[in-house]
Design a protein around this ligand. Structure first.
Ligand SMILES: [Zn+2]
Length: 282
């Protein structure tokens, strides 16, 4: 599933193609109508048609297209959704589901193998903001913010970091990478982290996300940017997807466990199990 660096990479590709352009029409394949989750396609089309896209933004894993009447077109890629900028005359690729036709003859085409993506139009971002915590790359997200998010929590630190209400935009890949870099076991209860560990984790989350952005996202299977190019961050991963391979820090084979239903990769030497960490600390 695309996380903050992948969604931001797509946003950066879409913005120059979409900003200032007017939506001429919106079209759906029959399967593409599932994006709307019951909203009639005609209602949706009327909200976008003839509207100029003022700005393409992002919040967490949501893409936000601010329109000239101050409505927002809000898209979430979920598992396999993607936007691609293409000439309206170009042949449609497999799993093409829907498109916004722009006034320059190009289309923002939506492709989605698994069909879990969503499209909405809303007069403001209240519903989105209610579901999301702070943006981890903004200056306001400090080690103290993270300390407050884990304070008193018995939930595993991995589950806390994946909770979009605690911090927006993180997913399985970057959380596993950050926990390894910070030398924190994913099952550690949030409240058990020391101040030093919180500070390490705060830096590690930022570094993992910035690294992902710098490399245009992580392509494991099918992530591509708005122009069909794969991200280059996969080779930078130190634990995610490397079960059985040697830890790049200590050569211990990377383990795979399940935390909250999510496959989780870690080094049991660099990230001691919760009991061992408590024993060592005392
Ligand atoms: Zn290790």
């Amino acid at each position: 599933m695309p996380e903050l660096p992948e969604v931001e990479t797509i946003r950066r590709g879409l913005a120059p193609a979409a900003e200032g352009r007017t939506v001429r029409d919106v079209r759906f394949t029959p399967e593409g109508e599932r994006l709307l989750r019951g909203v009639p396609p005609n209602w949706f089309r009327e909200r976008l048609r003839c509207r100029r896209i003022e700005e393409v933004g992002r919040r967490g894993k949501y893409l936000l297209f601010r329109l000239d009447n101050s409505d927002y077109f809000i898209a979430h890629l979920r598992m396999t959704g993607r936007f691609e900028v293409e000439d309206a005359s170009a042949p449609e690729s497999n799993f093409f589901r829907a498109a916004l036709l722009l006034d320059d003859g190009r289309e923002l085409r939506w492709r989605d193998v698994r069909r879990f993506g969503t499209w909405d139009v809303a007069p403001n971002l209240d519903a989105i903001e209610a579901k999301l915590g702070p943006e981890p790359l903004e200056a306001g997200w400090t080690a103290a913010t993270l300390a407050a998010a884990v304070h008193g929590r018995s939930a595993p630190i991995k589950a806390i970091l994946l909770d979009q209400r605690r911090v927006a935009g993180l997913g399985n890949i970057y959380v596993d990478e950050a926990l390894h870099a910070a030398r924190v076991h994913p099952l550690r209860p949030g409240a058990s982290l020391s101040q030093a560990e919180v500070e390490r984790l705060h830096s590690a989350v930022r570094a993992a996300l910035l690294g992902g952005l710098e490399n245009f996202g992580t392509t494991l299977r099918d992530f591509v940017n708005a122009y069909g190019m794969e991200g280059r961050n996969r080779v930078m991963l130190r634990v995610y997807g490397r079960a059985g391979e040697p830890c790049l820090t200590c050569a211990t084979p990377i383990a795979r466990i399940v935390v909250g239903g999510r496959g989780t990769h870690l080094c049991l030497n660099c990230q001691p199990v919760p009991g061992a960490a408590a024993g060592r600390a005392s």
